[in-house]
Design a protein around this ligand. Structure first.
Ligand code: N01
Length: 503
């Protein structure tokens, strides 16, 4: 018999870096740009896909566009005088993010195809051990910018897995699938669905929109940006900045209605009802499209073509709940069976149960998901007790429905960057927030959330977790969040100095 030598244990190279950033969407790119701009180059951006862009790379469904004006929906440090429309469409935003990555030299830090499988704090080494599908990393600091709208949520509908036709989630669109002439079902009526429905209705044979909860929809004032306006943006210093500031302030006024005094939202509800009346003549259909909860409780949607598409001759709004899905049809609770070729799931994302939270394990080996089982908690939306040197971008209570997420992201980036600079300045190996700070922030959020339309508007939304707590939205003016995160609240952190050998 021949004997073979035992195989040498497979060794994986571990890459040492100071900072590892998970994700290259707006948050990851914003963080990476901040580091790069101040000369910090010892970092990697771990990206599971093959390109930068995050949610704007992933959401390629027909009609995908932003419902915040382009001038506001961009980095303050990278204005874009060339936006083609007042509200940009997905390809333009994705191209902007790609250009930003190039312009600030981010790509050389990116490891593509690096899906994080686990991130564990090694207390002895005072480092994060991050395993990915593209190699292992040891990082002093871990920044999760994995996004809140990154992982599609699939509905738990009996029989979905038996469907023999095509099933596509809005965030995983299969553009090679031709919908022309097909019988298409769209499940969901949120921000994604109301963009998909009008984009595909003209080409499909028939479209059934399965609505569980009607949305409040107001007009969209979208228009192409005239070439002379683009020239003005380019040559008049401060013009684009000024318009951006104005848009910002106008949108902040909405908070007064959502968070402070919901009755101030009544004029917006009147506008939405008039919009519906103008666009839908059939009183039965109009009644089915009219929400029964306070406007603002869920995200207010903007569209000029959603209602006309639902009212089109080849469209049907289905309000009877779905009972089951069969290989070639969908059956509703009223017993009606609709033959279906393709199902579009516009059913949203895992927002309050972030999959990345299951993979990040802190000091005592507990995962973030475990620590958050009673609800997501944090200090200033950015740090969690028991998770040293971990920072979260777009973490708990950063979401905004009324204005640009980029504003919130830039506030957080400044905070995290200040934390990193504090570690440098004080020679710290470890920086960890305290449970007391976390509790105080939780109370602050609860206090600010009291009386808001999100809690008292009579709707069920992903803004609230299963315990009915607001763990996703920032419930106040966003400039207050910026003030809170302008500098590291050093008093709320415990620091451990680096040993001389480790500096
Ligand atoms: O997801 P959603 P989305 N059976 O969770 C329904 C951003 N965004 O992808 O309301 C039947 O809002 C669900 O019904 P209900 C934006 O922040 C931005 O549309 O829960 N229906 C709802 O109608 C937005 O808020 C832009 O009763 C089911 C829909 O599916 C976020 O992304 C554009 C169901 C899900 O709506 C998510 O929007 C697009 C089930 N089992 C998206 N499960 C911009 O323009 C869920 N639903 C910037």
């Amino acid at each position: 018999t021949t004997q073979t030598a035992p195989a040498a244990p497979a060794t994986r190279t571990v890459h040492e870096v100071r900072v590892a950033i998970i994700g290259s969407g707006f948050a990851g790119l914003g963080m990476a740009s901040a580091l790069e701009r101040r000369g910090e180059s010892d970092f990697v951006v771990l990206e599971r896909a093959a390109d930068v862009g995050g949610t704007w790379r992933d959401n390629t469904y027909p009609g995908a566009a932003c419902d915040v004006q382009s001038n506001l929906y961009s980095f303050s440090f990278a204005p874009n005088p060339d936006w083609g429309r007042s509200y940009s469409q997905q390809p333009e935003i994705q191209a902007y993010l790609q250009r930003t990555a190039d312009r600030f030299g981010i790509r050389r830090h990116c490891v593509f195809g690096a899906d994080v499988t686990s991130a564990r704090w090694d207390d002895a080494a005072q480092r994060w051990l991050v395993s990915t599908t593209a190699g292992d990393f040891r990082a002093r600091v871990l920044i999760s910018a994995a996004g809140a709208l990154a992982d599609p949520a699939f509905p738990d509908i009996p029989g979905l897995e038996t469907f023999a036709g095509t099933v596509m989630h809005s965030a995983r669109w299969n553009s090679s699938h031709d919908l022309t002439g097909e019988r298409v079902a769209v499940i969901g009526t949120g921000a994604s669905a109301i963009q998909i429905v009008p984009a595909i209705q003209p080409i499909v044979g028939s479209i059934a929109v399965y609505q569980r909860t009607p949305a409040w929809v107001i007009p969209r004032t979208d228009h192409p940006v005239k070439p002379w306006m683009r020239r003005l943006y380019r040559f008049v210093p401060g013009l684009q900045k000024g318009i951006r500031a104005l848009l910002y302030l106008l949108r902040e006024c909405l908070v007064i209605g959502m968070a402070k005094r919901p009755r101030f939202l009544r004029p917006v509800a009147t506008l939405a009802k008039a919009h519906l009346r103008r666009q839908v003549r059939d009183p039965k259909l109009r009644a089915a499209l009219t929400p029964d909860y306070t406007i603002g409780c869920k995200r207010i949607l903007i569209s000029n073509d959603y209602f006309p598409a639902v009212a089109a001759p080849n469209a049907e709004l289905v309000i009877a709940g779905i009972a089951e899905i069969r290989p070639h049809s969908i059956v509703t609770r009223d017993g009606v069976e609709r033959p279906t070729d393709t199902i579009v799931l516009a059913t949203g994302f895992h927002v309050t149960d972030l999959p990345i939270a299951e993979k990040i394990c802190g000091r005592d080996g507990r995962s973030l998901a475990d620590v958050w089982s009673g609800g997501m908690v944090s200090n200033r939306s950015s740090a969690v007790a028991g998770f040293p040197n971990l920072f979260l971008l777009v973490g708990p209570n950063v979401g905004v429905g009324h204005t640009s997420m980029v504003y919130m992201i830039e506030s957080q980036v400044a905070y995290v960057d200040d934390a990193l600079r504090t570690m440098d300045a004080e020679g710290l190996a470890v920086l960890e927030t305290t449970p007391q700070a976390q509790q105080a922030y939780r109370e602050l959020i609860a206090e600010k959330s009291k009386g808001t339309v999100w809690l008292g508007g009579g709707c069920a939304s992903w803004y609230l977790d299963e315990h009915g707590h607001n763990t996703t939205l920032w419930p106040d003016f966003t400039f207050r969040f910026r003030r809170l995160t302008r500098k590291l609240d050093r008093e709320n952190y415990v620091g451990i100095p680096a040993s001389a050998a480790d500096r």
